[in-house]
Design a protein around this ligand. Structure first.
Ligand SMILES: C[S@@+](CC[C@H](N)C(=O)[O-])C[C@H]1O[C@@H](n2cnc3c(N)ncnc32)[C@H](O)[C@@H]1O
Length: 271
């Protein structure tokens, strides 16, 4: 069972405060927000065991290990066995050898039967711009796996990139609002297929998976707020363009995205 600590959308005020107050260099984009939010959401102590899910070549797990002295793990297969997306620019094995403060596990989460991640082990499990890459049909399995390896009393902190419905023009915004209203009446197959459609639909999906009560809090991440609140962070165009070039695929087109934060505490031991 889980206690909901926070669900929110990234906003410019917090982004600026992270940039001002934190030791890590915070870039003014979604990843900068996510790193600031993770760093700011935990009272870091050296005895803590931390897991970054989908870290890739992120500097965040290294920063946490070096700054706070925690035992930091990272689980990511670096695209090995897939299309080489993450291996194009750098050899993951060389990177892992150079950064031995972090324990890198070359796996994907989601298959608890065949995972080398220890159960009931981590005090904090976090991710930044990673969980939205998981196929809708595998999202429940991933959350159940993460839940198994988190200690009782441990924290889950996940920041997911979430597409703005305005990227597909106004009729789509209306559809997203209607989708959230009709959600309780939709068949499970439709809910699962479109679980990334709105921040609410994602949170509702995981709430059902891991036994989380969200009833009074979903308003905080509604579509109308997301679209008209000028404080909500959207990733700026220049970064989107840089990212297209960085990933080496100039034909790719990205939606404008915001960031959804979910912070939970595990309250009782898994049966
Ligand atoms: C956009 S990258 C995010 C990188 C990193 N978090 C950062 O801040 O730079 C998404 C990462 O998620 C990883 N990933 C996707 N599905 C995963 C899974 N089931 N388990 C672990 N990692 C996964 C991918 O391999 C990829 O490295």
């Amino acid at each position: 069972m889980y206690e909901l600590i926070e669900i929110s959308l990234a906003d410019t005020q917090r982004l600026l405060s992270y940039k001002r107050d934190l030791d890590l260099e915070i870039h003014l984009n979604i990843k900068g927000f996510d790193y600031g939010w993770v760093l700011n959401s935990v009272e870091w102590k050296p005895e803590m065991k931390i897991l970054d899910v989908g870290a890739g070549y992120s500097r965040l797990p290294l920063h946490i290990a070096r700054t706070f002295g925690c035992e930091v793990w990272s689980v990511d297969d670096f695209g090995l066995g897939d299309d080489g997306y993450w291996t194009r620019n750098q050899d993951p094995n060389a990177y892992i050898r150079e950064n031995s403060e972090v324990k890198y596990i070359l796996e994907k989460v989601g298959d608890s039967q065949n995972s080398s991640l220890p159960e009931n082990y981590f005090d904090v499990i976090y991710s930044a711009s990673a969980l939205e890459h998981i196929e809708p049909s595998q999202v429940s399995g991933v959350w159940l796996h993460l839940s198994k390896i988190l200690k009782s009393g441990g924290l889950m902190l996940h920041a997911l990139d979430i597409a703005f419905p305005t990227s597909r023009r106004w009729p789509h915004v209306l559809m997203a609002v209607v989708f959230d209203v009709l959600y309780p009446f939709l068949p499970k197959s439709i809910r699962t297929k479109y679980l990334y459609e709105t921040p609410k639909s994602y949170v509702r999906h995981i709430a059902k998976t891991i036994d989380l009560n969200t009833y009074s809090r979903l308003g905080e991440i509604g579509i109308v707020n997301m679209v008209i609140n000028p404080e909500i962070v959207t990733e700026p165009l220049d970064y989107t363009l840089n990212r297209m070039i960085k990933d080496g695929d100039e034909t790719a087109r990205y939606f404008r995205v915001g960031s959804l934060q979910i912070a939970l505490r595990k309250t009782i031991k898994e049966g």
